[in-house]
Design a protein around this ligand. Sequence first.
Ligand code: BG6
Ligand code: MG
Length: 216
Amino acid sequence: MKAVIFDLDGVICFTDKLHYKAWKNIADEQGIYFDEKINDRLRGVSRMESLDIILEKADRAYSFDEKKEIAEKKNDIYVSLLDTMSEKDLDANVKVVLDTLRSRGTLLAIGSSSKNTKKILEKLGLRDFFDAVSDGTNITKSKPDPEVFLKAAEMLGIKPVEAVVVEDALSGIDAALAGGFECVGIGEAAMHPKVTYPLKDLADLPEIVLRKNADI
Ligand code: BG6
Ligand code: MG
């Protein structure tokens, strides 16, 4: 296994909570019911598709222009929450996992649907850390489509079978499998019936990569 492709929100950082806060603000303003369970369905899904899921609970139809305006407002709130982030928000356990894999020569990439990926990496002090960053700015279809991971593999110059994808979202596991990748699931994604490696703790990831390489 030459490479590990990480999802960003909910794997490398806990921005999924900030997405929730921003969407909750919007939903409350529009008088639409929204809770953490609905928020789980937004993991890995693009901004506009997330809004469509939230609007399932609305009692009226929204025009395209209204949706565009709401999505922009949500992003403004989200970005102002991101502005409070710093290197201190990089979880120590995540950093150990990244450094361990890096020290063993594993290629490391990001595969995220977020258009804010580069901003978040900058905030966490990881701007130049990854060998490739594939994100919402270079894809036309978001997860469960495999495009974001296939682009990451292409940027790394490797085949999907040579990489493992790490995900917290069910849609991300579907995307990885559709692209021909093995996948590690944490959180809800560990419950996916087809996940290759369900994990309780991301700290176990280097061991999985090591064992997999010893088998080859
Ligand atoms: C994904 C998140 O990483 O990025 C989704 O899991 C989010 O919840 C998506 O909707 C798009 O993010 P952004 O930052 O482009 O609005
Ligand atoms: Mg995620």
